[in-house]
Design a protein. Structure first.
Length: 376
C-alpha cells in the first residue's frame, strides 16, 4: 500500500502514453478503496489578484555623461568602471600645452593693456591741466578785452589756445575710453583662457560610481563625445514596456510589485514615478518607470518584471503535499465517498503554502496529503 499512489500514477502515465499524451485534466484512472492517506485537506477556492508581467530593465535614475568641453588629446584616465568618485575628483586629463600657451599670451596682452590704460590716464590728466589753464587764461583775456586793455588779436590767440586745449582733452578722454575697453576685452580673454585650461582637467560633477569608460590615453577628445558614464547616487528604477491595452491600469504614484530575476523571485515594491506619454509606434507600448528600493547586488541592465494588477480571479489551490508527479504527469488523490480517485490536474503558480490548480478540480474536494514526500 505504501507505493500504491505511485503505481496508480504510473498506470495513468501508461494510459497517457497510450492515448498519445492527450489526457485532459480531471481524468481519473479508476477508484481504489485500499488507499489510506497520511492526512487530508480541502481544495480551496480563493480570489487572487490577476497580474500582468511587464518586462523591462533596471536603469539608474541619474546617469551623467561626462564629455570634453575642448578638443584635446587624452593624456590620463584616472578611473575605471566600478570606481566610486566624489565631487571634484579628477577623472580625465587632456593635453594642456596649447591652453597654457594661450593663457600666457593673453596675460601678456593684459599687462600691455594695463600699461596703455595707465598712459591714457596720464594723458587725460595732462590735457585736463592744459585745458584748465587755457580756460582760465581765456576768461581773463576776455575781461581785459572788455576793459580795452588788450587788442582783439590777443583775445583771439587766447581763444584759439582754449579751443585747442579743449580738443586735446576730448581726444585724451576718447583714448582713455578706448584703452579701458581694450583692457576689459583682454581681461575677458584671460578669463576664457583660464576656463579653457580648466577644461583640460575633467572632474566629477557629483558623487557617484563610474559605470562606463569610453576613452583611453592617446584618444582624441572632442566636444560632444562621451568620455565616461557616471551613475550618481540618485537610486535605481525599473523601466518596463506596458502595451497600450493595459496602460489604463497604471497611474502616477501607484505602488507596484516588481521581481528582479537575478536577485530571486521575491517581489519588491516601488512607486510609479514616470509614464512616458507617447507610445512606441513599433511595439505599441508605453515606457513606465518604477522606483526601486536600495537592494544589494542591484545593477543597471538587470532584467526585471513589473506586476500590473488587472483585478481578481477565482483560483483553486491545494497544499503542495497533495500533488503527485511522475514525469510531466501530475495527479491529486480525491475522496469520492469511501473511495479515493487519482485525478489528473494542471498546476500553475505557487500560492502561499500551496499551489494553484488551473484545471482538474472544481474546489471543495477532499484531497489526500503525503506530508513525508511533499511535491515530487
Amino acid at each position: 500500500m505504501k507505493y500504491l499512489h505511485t503505481l496508480l500514477a504510473l498506470l495513468l502515465l501508461g494510459a497517457f502514453s497510450a492515448c498519445g499524451g492527450d489526457i485532459e485534466p480531471g481524468t481519473v484512472n479508476g477508484p481504489t478503496t485500499e488507499y489510506h492517506p497520511e492526512a487530508e485537506a480541502r481544495a480551496q477556492v480563493v480570489e487572487t489578484p490577476r497580474l500582468h508581467e511587464a518586462v523591462g530593465s533596471v536603469q539608474a535614475k541619474t546617469d551623467v555623461r561626462v564629455e570634453a568641453q575642448v578638443t584635446g588629446r587624452v593624456m590620463e584616465v584616472a578611473v575605471r568602471p566600478g570606481d566610486a568618485v566624489k565631487t571634484g575628483d579628477v577623472l580625465v586629463k587632456l593635453d594642456s600645452r596649447q591652453s597654457e600657451s594661450r593663457l600666457e599670451q593673453t596675460r601678456q596682452a593684459q599687462q600691455a593693456a594695463v600699461s596703455t590704460e595707465a598712459q591714457a590716464r596720464q594723458g587725460v590728466a595732462a590735457a585736463q591741466a592744459a585745458f584748465t589753464k587755457a580756460s582760465s587764461t581765456f576768461k581773463r583775456m576776455s575781461q581785459l578785452h572788455e576793459d580795452k586793455v588788450i587788442t582783439t588779436e590777443e583775445l583771439e590767440k587766447a581763444e584759439t589756445a582754449f579751443l585747442q586745449a579743449k580738443a586735446v582733452l576730448a581726444q585724451a578722454r576718447d583714448g582713455l575710453a578706448a584703452a579701458q575697453a581694450s583692457a576689459r576685452q583682454v581681461e575677458k580673454n584671460v578669463q576664457e583662457a583660464e576656463i579653457g585650461l580648466g577644461y583640460t582637467t575633467i572632474t566629477a560633477p557629483a558623487d557617484g560610481e563610474v559605470s562606463q569608460r569610453f576613452v583611453d590615453p592617446g584618444d582624441l577628445a572632442i566636444p560632444g563625445k562621451d568620455l565616461l558614464n557616471l551613475r550618481t547616487s540618485g537610486g535605481m528604477r525599473l523601466e518596463a514596456m506596458v502595451r497600450e491595452g493595459l496602460i489604463g491600469h497604471v497611474r502616477m504614484g501607484q505602488s507596484l510589485e516588481m521581481i528582479i530575476t537575478a536577485l530571486g523571485e521575491t517581489p519588491v515594491t516601488g512607486q510609479v514615478e514616470e509614464i512616458e506619454p507617447l507610445a512606441d509606434p513599433v511595439t505599441r507600448s508605453f515606457v513606465v518607470k518604477v522606483t526601486l528600493p536600495d537592494l544589494p547586488g542591484l545593477y543597471p541592465g538587470m532584467f526585471g518584471r513589473v506586476l500590473i494588477p488587472l483585478g481578481s480571479e477565482r483560483t483553486i489551490t491545494v497544499p503542495t503535499a497533495a500533488i503527485r508527479s511522475v514525469g510531466q504527469l501530475k495527479t491529486v488523490m480525491v475522496r469520492d465517498g469511501e473511495r479515493w480517485l487519482p485525478v489528473y490536474v494542471r498546476t500553475g503558480r505557487p500560492a502561499g503554502d500551496g499551489v494553484e490548480i488551473l484545471s482538474g478540480l472544481n474546489g471543495g474536494e477532499t484531497v489526500a496529503l503525503d506530508t513525508a514526500r511533499g511535491a515530487k
